[in-house]
Design a protein around this ligand. Structure first.
Ligand code: NAD
Length: 375
């Protein structure tokens, strides 16, 4: 283990600073009790950066993000900033981070804690104990491919309406190989299985995808179990029998659909972490940005109602995937599980039967207490 890991914390706007304050308690606990050392820097992103500097991300903050072992972000945005020019909107800060760090692999775990299985849209027995990870290619594919656009279809008199809309699904072998490596690396830290999804039955880009993923497997990760599935069947399997999967690897378009569907398996938005990874740095670890899936929740900001678990689980992902501290990550996840099993709930996790919710800080304190009690 290195002397210390560098971690850039960007709380952002709305509930971002509230949930991040609870992550800081967790980081402090690991430093005090597990011999870890984090070189933590705090900075601004989004609306808070705009208020201070007139831009949603300064060049100095960008440089710090490029140099950090990991970046942890809360959330950006809010109604106050809706009137700003597009170029300085809070979301531009986040997009700049993703683009300049070249974060091509988006990781979305779908983990269903037993105590929350009734929040899922599926039956308890199908989702209880679920723990899968979707690795989605994020910087290429049909959302970026050229040519694209809406054109007049002048030479086609039979086209009622006279226009044509075009998008292009385009992948290079290099783009497929690098995201495949990310998925195989994740699988090695988990249960050692990757299922790659495409539409090789009807798309040439799908055939290339399948061949390149297989090539990376055979040449570099033969120890990982690799299967292939057509993406339509994959989505069906995801809602039929989701626990059959460990890591799902897929492209930008199919990943968009699969990861949103997987999110519904687990219930609340306040529970969903994510990570975006780029190429390995000189130290061998990938560039990485960890963030909850939710936004800045202006409707509850400043009221102590936000659920900090998505942000705390994002830090658990950083422990596992950036800092090689899988045991500590599992310890933190067990602490979350234990607190939920004890019936501790923030307002978003209250069922129709009601009860008295804990505050954001109350949830953070209970998770730290569970760590201390040896979760
Ligand atoms: P949102 O995720 O902020 O909120 C949707 C709903 O979920 C709200 O009712 C909110 O109260 C609730 N919610 C979200 N996170 C919660 C948590 N941790 N605990 C309890 N309840 C939670 O999405 P929105 O309302 O569509 O967007 C609000 C702002 O956030 C907008 O400015 C949007 O652009 C921005 N946004 C930012 C990100 C990001 O930073 N990655 C993502 C999505 C939206």
């Amino acid at each position: 283990m290195p002397d210390s890991y560098s971690l850039l914390i960007l709380p952002g706007d709305g509930i971002g600073p509230e949930v991040m304050a609870e992550v800081v308690k967790v980081i402090d606990w690991f430093q005090a009790n597990r011999g870890m050392s984090f070189d933590v820097t705090h900075d601004l992103v989004g609306g808070s950066a705009y208020d201070a500097h007139g831009v949603p991300l300064t060049d100095e903050t960008m440089a710090k993000a490029q140099a950090a072992d990991a970046v942890l972000l809360g959330a950006v945005g809010g109604p106050k900033y809706d009137v700003l020019d597009f170029a300085v909107k809070p979301e531009r800060g986040l997009l700049r981070l993703r683009k300049e760090m070249d974060l091509f692999a988006n990781l979305r775990p779908a983990q269903c804690f037993d105590a929350l299985a009734d929040f899922s849209s599926l039956k308890r027995e199908v989702v209880a104990g679920l723990d899968i990870l979707i690795v989605r290619e994020l910087t290429s594919g049909v959302y970026f491919g050229q040519p694209r656009g809406i054109h007049d279809d002048d030479n086609n008199p039979e086209n009622e309406g006279g226009r044509v809309g075009i998008n292009t699904q385009r992948y290079t072998s290099g783009e497929i190989r690098r995201v495949a490596r990310s998925a195989f690396e994740m699988a090695r830290r988990r249960r050692g299985k990757v299922c790659s999804m495409e539409k090789a039955n009807v798309m040439e880009s799908g055939i290339l995808w399948r061949e390149e993923v297989q090539w990376v497997h055979d040449n570099e990760y033969p120890d990982v179990e690799l299967t292939h599935m057509y993406a339509d069947n994959g989505l069906m399997q995801l809602v039929r029998q989701p626990r059959q999967f460990d890591v799902i690897l897929t492209d930008n378009l199919f990943g968009d659909l699969l990861s949103d569907a997987a999110a519904m398996l687990t219930g609340s938005l306040g529970m969903l972490p994510s990570a975006s990874l780029g190429a390995p740095m000189a130290n061998g670890r990938p560039k990485a940005l960890y963030e909850p899936v939710h936004g800045s929740a202006p409707d509850i900001a400043g009221q102590g109602k936000a659920n900090p678990i998505a942000c705390i689980l994002s830090f658990a992902m950083a422990l596992r995937y950036s800092f090689d501290q899988g045991d500590a990550a599992a310890e933190l996840e067990r602490a979350v599980e234990r607190v939920l099993a004890e019936g501790v709930r923030t307002a978003d996790l209250m069922g129709p039967e009601g009860g008295s919710p804990v505050s954001t800080a109350g949830m953070g304190d209970r998770i730290v207490a569970a760590l201390a009690a040896g979760a």
